[in-house]
Design a protein around this ligand. Structure first.
Ligand SMILES: Cc1ncc(C[n+]2csc(CCOP(=O)(O)OP(=O)(O)O)c2C)c(N)n1
Length: 340
């Protein structure tokens, strides 16, 4: 297993940013991170105001998701996300309006016309596969999609995300084992925030790094600092290039922060030491990236203010748009709903 850690709190890898990432890409990365964070914060406000039923957050995962997303090709690659992947689905093409419609369960919600829980992202148009609520089921879906791509000789990579808790499910083992045997074009991306709801990692597994398991499946495994979007991009690009070239799957583990409770229905004060959370907040990936971009002269205060103003206007617009949008017609309740 390879360790790819930028170390420390600064973004150390930017000076050696891989070819293919320009300064304007770095600013775009930052913009997606701020967009995801701001949208997420607005969703919590709506939840606490009694307007949104449920929020499950990306806060602390933004750098990992944006770094990964930049290594993929929306429109060609297939994203099989989990519920924290707000930044990834934005990059793949869902808009703040789409996501607000989904949060508030409106008729025009493109993910499920108001039928799925918030966070169950899906879009046929953007190659985003919706998932089920049992964790890690999506890992098998991604493997199946990669198998189909290989059969059809399509130049597609399937990218799937899962939390470290989800890796304890049997589905995870089956998916990785099968994908490696058949050298499928799939990347398994574990966003390790140290908790599965209230269960800390030490009670989920007896190893320090999820990526240590890769050797058991016969595939490369990498642990990366998920607070550094450039470090994540670097390992993600390598994995995607290998998958596209017929080299088979990769297991990537990004160590990230969970800066909120598990969901809007959880109270993390009952199981989390406030000091630990304070230390996590000191590593907030958006603050880190902003500082690094400024130190390296890639971003100015004025540019940052303009980005934030633009994003605020976009989120205000999305909120107003969704609040005014109609609900689905109750007479159509059972349309497109399947059960067994
Ligand atoms: C099979 C299954 N077991 C339990 C749950 C309840 N559950 C929902 S999210 C979650 C925690 C998952 O933790 P992790 O995979 O680490 O992701 P994180 O939420 O920390 O990003 C659990 C146990 C579930 N949805 N599915």
């Amino acid at each position: 297993m390879k360790q790819f850690d930028s170390g420390g709190v600064g973004i150390e890898t930017m000076a050696t940013a891989p070819k293919g990432l320009t300064e304007s890409d770095l600013v775009r990365m930052y913009e997606y991170m701020v967009l995801a964070r701001s949208l997420d914060e607005r969703m919590w406000l709506l939840n606490r105001a009694g307007q949104a039923p449920f929020v499950i957050s990306c806060q602390g995962h933004e750098a990992a998701q944006v770094g990964a997303a930049f290594a993929l090709q929306p429109g060609k690659d297939v994203l099989v996300p989990y519920y924290r992947d707000l930044a990834m689905v934005l990059y793949f093409g869902l808009t703040p309006r789409d996501l607000m419609l989904s949060l508030l369960a409106r008729k025009e919600d493109p993910t499920s016309a108001g039928r799925q829980m918030p966070g169950h992202y899906g879009s046929r148009k953007h190659n985003i596969i919706t998932g089920s609520s049992p964790v890690a089921t999506q890992v098998l879906h991604a493997t199946g999609i990669a198998l189909a791509a290989k059969y059809r000789r399509e130049d597609t990579v399937a990218w799937t995300c899962v939390g470290e808790g989800g890796t304890s499910q049997g589905d995870f083992h089956e998916a990785l084992n099968f994908a490696s045997i058949h050298r499928l074009p799939v990347v398994f991306f574990v966003e390790n925030n140290g908790y599965a709801i209230s269960v800390p990692q030490r009670k989920q597994m007896a190893i320090e790094n999820v990526a240590d398991r890769a050797a058991g499946y016969g595939m490369p495994g990498v642990t990366v600092d998920g607070g550094d979007p450039v470090a994540v991009y670097t390992v993600a690009k390598e994995a995607v290039d290998r998958a596209r070239a017929g080299g088979g799957p990769t297991l990537i583990e990004a160590k990230v922060q969970r800066l909120t409770a598990h969901s809007s229905d959880d109270d993390d004060r009952t199981y989390r030491d406030p000091e630990e959370l304070k230390a996590e907040r000191a590593k907030d990936p958006i603050v880190r990236f902003r500082t690094a971009l400024m130190e390296q002269g890639v971003l100015t205060e004025e540019q940052d203010a303009a980005i934030r103003a633009r994003i605020k206007a976009q989120i205000d617009d999305a909120t107003d748009f969704a609040e005014q949008a109609p609900y689905p017609d109750p007479a159509e309740l059972m349309l497109h709903v399947y059960g067994s």
